[in-house]
Design a protein around this ligand. Structure first.
Ligand SMILES: [Zn+2]
Length: 437
């Protein structure tokens, strides 16, 4: 296999680093090698431009939609057959690694280049895609590009989202020049497969090169404000206090305990994290009057997420009723869990076994663009191992030979899907890929 994809990833990594240093191996990494690519920035423009050039070199027809999703199309024998789509995102969180998202873009590009080299003719068109704003770095919401593409979020509402600095997403994208005239939609798409790094320790610890995702966890993110009474820390007796931080501590520990109980009794995938806490006024000698906490709840079961939320609401109810606190809950994010398509899962399995590679089915705890797309189109996901499970860190790494195996499986899967009559699946009936899961 060619190493073009490796050069693509090293180059994209450079474009995301302030130092522009190249990392060819894990030994090259250090804390200063963090990648940061945010929609609307110069490094994002350069990275997208880099991929557009590679798409054109590969003979793909490049298009952009109105929310900034990028597509490179390889025509099939039947241009009207449902499109087989593959790709991921190029944006990152701050101080990130060079594989999250970029690996899936480079892999999809390499898959079509390999098909060209082999003179493989797909019957269905194949499109390589780059989704806008997966990480939610520019605007405080994740997967906006893929949600608009899947029609689960309105285009005008998404374009009106504001960045932390108060500018409109639509203006930011227009200024970057990477928006097109295409209306976002998946009506002509039949299949989607995303390759992504696992971002967890399972494949690496088991020494399994390929993960096949069966379900992607749902996520609910709550911001809770607890208002008590700010007062003197010396002269206010314990029985007369309404300490908002003590109340928040009850919520935090209830949240952790309940998630542990669900994880032990269920399939172990339930997780809840209080990831930030703002204490006001947060000064010496003052009883905290107000506390804001952010709670991230995830599981493969919508019922568990609901039950965890109800438990937190019950604790808040007690704080209000028994202790006189005022509380408010804001739902910042609420994405349902999705099951991926069993036919695509079987095709990935058959591509892995044809390549002589061990693969295992697994759940994804992290959210991905595939979650949005799977609500409209038959979708599969291929995981490649993350060294020691590290991700969203400058030390994130995936071994090149593992990625090479993942690309081989992705290529095999896309070939199968693009000639899916060979697999006994009548491709003509698969348009739209069925309803939301
Ligand atoms: Zn990602």
């Amino acid at each position: 296999m060619s190493t073009r994809w490796k050069e693509d990833l090293v180059r994209l990594g450079q474009l995301g680093r302030p130092s522009r240093r190249a990392a060819y191996s894990r030994e090259d990494l250090d804390a200063s090698m963090g990648v940061f690519r945010m929609e609307g920035t110069a490094e994002m423009r350069e990275s997208r431009q880099y991929i557009i050039e590679r798409m054109r070199e590969a003979g793909l027809d490049v298009r952009l939609d109105r929310i900034g999703n990028l597509f490179g199309r390889m025509e099939g024998e039947d241009p009207k057959a449902p499109v087989v789509m593959s790709g991921s995102h190029l944006d990152s969180v701050s101080n990130a690694g060079m594989f999250d998202g970029a690996a899936g873009v480079a892999a999809a590009l390499e898959a079509v280049r390999t098909m060209r080299d082999e003179r493989f003719t797909p019957r269905n068109p194949i499109e390589v895609c780059v989704f806008m704003g997966e990480e939610g770095s520019a605007i405080p919401e994740a997967c906006v590009g893929s949600q608009v593409l899947a029609g689960v979020r309105r285009l005008d509402e998404a374009l009106d989202l504001k960045t932390a600095q108060g500018s409109r997403l639509g203006d930011l994208l227009a200024a970057s020049g990477h928006v097109g005239a295409l209306m976002p939609g998946l009506d002509d798409v039949g299949w989607f497969v995303e390759l992504h790094i696992e971002q967890g320790p399972v494949l690496c610890s088991e020494d399994t090169p390929v993960g096949i995702v069966e379900s992607i966890a749902g996520i609910t993110y709550l911001v809770i404000t607890i208002e008590g009474e700010e007062n003197h820390a010396g002269s206010t007796p314990m029985r007369l206090r309404r300490d908002a931080l003590v109340a928040a501590a009850r919520v935090i520990s209830a949240c952790d305990q309940k998630a542990r109980a669900f994880a032990e009794s269920g399939d172990g995938s339930a997780v809840a994290t209080v990831d930030c806490c703002t204490v006001l006024p947060g000064a010496p000698s003052i009883i905290p009057g107000s506390v804001r906490i952010g709670i991230d709840i995830r599981d493969g079961s919508a019922g568990t997420i609901r039950a965890l939320r109800r438990h937190i609401e019950a604790v808040l109810g007690e704080l209000e009723k028994d202790y006189g606190f005022r509380t408010t809950t804001e739902i910042v994010m609420d994405y349902p869990p999705v099951e991926l398509d069993q036919r695509v899962i079987r095709m990935i399995e058959s591509a892995a076994s044809a390549a002589g590679l061990r693969a295992r089915r697994m759940a994804s705890g992290a959210i991905h663009d595939a979650q949005s797309i799977a609500r409209k189109v038959s979708t599969g996901m291929i995981f490649v191992p993350s060294v020691r499970g590290v991700s969203h860190s400058p030390f994130e790494w995936t071994e090149w030979n593992d990625l090479e195996k993942g690309i081989a499986v992705l290529t095999g899967t896309l070939k199968r899907l693009s000639r899916s009559d060979l697999e006994g699946e009548p491709a003509g009936t698969l348009r739209g890929g069925g309803d939301a899961h």
